[in-house]
Ligand binder design. Structure first.
Ligand code: HEC
Ligand code: HEC
Ligand code: HEC
Ligand code: HEC
Ligand code: HEC
Ligand code: HEC
Length: 386
């Protein structure tokens, strides 16, 4: 099935390309190019040989024109490579039957350059994505050019390490709005944003420490995304200084537990006493209210195929401020929100955090854990509005 889908996808892509090529070549070129392409696609070898011999004088120009088309506009790598492939076939046959190898050398040089560029682009992309896998870290490179101008690489913000020391409510929403790219972070924000803490008191400041934040691509960044390299002694030292807790001796086999999607299992860490973050930071946090709401809400699933969902206000509000969820993400009214999985996938409702910073919605059973028909003791029903 998978192979079939893949080949169907490939077929579609080829049909699209042929269509695109046919339109393109008919619009701009004489019949030679379209005849060549027809023969090429139809594997009509004999006709192709005749055609190439007959048109030997115009072929070098045709090859160059295909190369120019490949490089013009906003073509994707696949489109470019396909056009260059046709140019290469044309030039190869021209060399074979007409004895002129110059156009082929030109095409091959361009193909090599384009493939190298693509390899670099993919490598560059992968170089950065590894920092963000599962555990909720962010790579920050909004101002990439300015950083590069100072010889610096992007910032790795180890969200998970900060989570180990601080509850969400310390940062959200007084210091940072809980949305990527929404905070316009840069060094003009003295005493605010990162520098609310990175002030040489709570944490190191900029002075001489550029590379402690501009970490991407440096070996020291490894321990921030590869959990097996985490520096527990360092995390503990900072925790103790802040009045938080990090007890690596309570970790099972010394490992930070992750689910099969690579997300850290914070609930297990909490329950086994590994960590205990602080919820308020003097001088940084504007309000010290640490209000926790202790009830459970039963979401009776509208679908017969899944279990019901139990939402714990206690788990959520002990970490997260009420005002983060209410009213922006949820109306604080029982049954007041029409929650659908498709909305979550686009980052709404539970998907505001789950799948980004908290465990992903691919992990169905962690939410859909309450079998239908079994009483969820003590949980509020969303149907019985008060
Ligand atoms: C030390 C500060 C800090 C702490 C503590 C913290 N965050 Fe964040 N959070 C950030 C920053 C910084 C961003 C990115 C803001 C930006 O890009 O403008 C962010 C962004 C987010 C986002 C947006 C993700 C997206 O893709 O849009 C979510 C969700 C989030 N945090 C959830 C949490 C949760 C849940 C907790 C607690 C379990 C938490 N954060 C703890 C600093 C923090
Ligand atoms: C609520 C306070 C707070 C905020 C806000 C905060 N940090 Fe931190 N951060 C800390 C503390 C505390 C440490 C540990 C400092 C130490 O090692 O002495 C730390 C450490 C770090 C480290 C080093 C981690 C390691 O183990 O090497 C990086 C990188 C970092 N922060 C980046 C950032 C960035 C980027 C921002 C803003 C997007 C930010 N922090 C915002 C408190 C904060
Ligand atoms: C506490 C973490 C931290 C430290 C330390 C730090 N930076 Fe940054 N820096 C950031 C963050 C976060 C951004 C914004 C990231 C983005 O563009 O998405 C940034 C952006 C920048 C930018 C581009 C935007 C701007 O504000 O100009 C430059 C240049 C820069 N840093 C230079 C430096 C230099 C030089 C040092 C050392 C003197 C330094 N940084 C130390 C976190 C840090
Ligand atoms: C972060 C918690 C969470 C996770 C994880 C989650 N769901 Fe849901 N899901 C909900 C909530 C809340 C509702 C709304 C109440 C209801 O109808 O059950 C819901 C509704 C549904 C519904 C009802 C109709 C609809 O589409 O909204 C289906 C079906 C469903 N989920 C399937 C899944 C499947 C399959 C997975 C795993 C791939 C999954 N859910 C993972 C919380 C979650
Ligand atoms: C992670 C998000 C989140 C946080 C944080 C949160 N809530 Fe809620 N709250 C919800 C959801 C989801 C519902 C159910 C809405 C529905 O049934 O459609 C809800 C419902 C409510 C309701 C009506 C039902 C009930 O349980 O009484 C009230 C009142 C409420 N919240 C108050 C609060 C207060 C006060 C806090 C802080 C102590 C808080 N919430 C923190 C998500 C949150
Ligand atoms: C503002 C962020 C946020 C929103 C919105 C949110 N959650 Fe969570 N949720 C968390 C955090 C943080 C945890 C702690 C575990 C983690 O980070 O993976 C958590 C934990 C949970 C757990 C506990 C899992 C366990 O193993 O015990 C369940 C279940 C859950 N959420 C369901 C939901 C449902 C259902 C919704 C929507 C109605 C929702 N959450 C909305 C942040 C959020």
């Amino acid at each position: 099935m998978r192979r079939f889908l893949r080949s169907k996808g490939a077929l579609l892509a080829i049909i699209q390309l042929i269509f695109f090529l046919a339109c393109d070549s008919m619009a701009q070129n004489g019949t030679f190019r379209s005849e060549f392409i027809e023969n090429y696609i139809g594997n009509r070898f004999q006709q192709q040989a005749e055609l190439v011999k007959k048109n030997r004088d115009i072929i070098p120009e045709e090859v160059r024109s295909l190369m120019a088309d490949a490089m013009s506009g906003d073509k994707t790598f696949d489109q470019k490579i396909y056009l260059l492939g046709i140019a290469n076939a044309m030039a190869s046959m021209h060399k074979h039957w007409n004895g002129d190898e110059k156009p082929l050398l030109e095409v091959e040089t361009l193909q090599k350059i384009e493939i190298e560029k693509e390899k670099k682009r993919v490598a560059e992309e992968q170089k950065w994505t590894k920092y963000e896998k599962g555990i909720g870290n962010f790579l920050m490179k909004e101002h990439l050019h300015q950083m590069e101008a100072k010889g610096l690489t992007p910032v790795v913000f180890p969200h998970w390490v900060h989570r180990a020391w601080f509850k969400c409510k310390v940062c959200h929403q007084d210091i940072f709005v809980m949305k990527r790219g929404a905070n316009d972070i840069d060094h003009n924000k003295e005493g605010k944003q990162c520098w609310a803490c990175h002030n040489n008191k709570t944490a190191f400041n900029d002075e001489g420490n550029c590379e402690r934040c501009h970490l991407a691509g440096r070996p020291e960044a490894d321990r921030l995304y590869d959990l097996s390299k985490a520096d527990h002694a360092k995390i503990k030292e900072v925790a103790v200084r802040l009045g938080a807790e990090w007890n690596p001796d309570k970790l099972l086999e010394g490992k930070i537990p992750v689910d099969r999607y690579g997300y850290i299992n914070w609930i297990e860490l909490k329950n086994s006493g590994v960590f205990n973050p602080i919820g308020f930071l003097e001088g940084v946090d504007k309000d010290s209210t640490n209000e926790v709401k202790d009830d459970l809400i039963l979401f009776e699933s509208t679908s017969p195929s899944v279990n019901n969902v139990v939402f714990s206000h206690k788990i959520h509000s002990s970490w997260i401020k009420c005002s983060t969820c209410h009213p922006a993400i949820f109306k604080d009214e029982l049954g007041g929100n029409d929650i659908k999985m498709t909305d979550m996938a686009s980052g709404k409702f539970c998907g505001h955090c789950h799948g980004k910073v908290s465990f992903t919605f691919a992990d169905c059973h962690r939410c859909h854990s309450q079998p239908k028909g079994e009483p969820a003791s003590g949980a509020l029903s969303r149907h019985a509005k008060p």
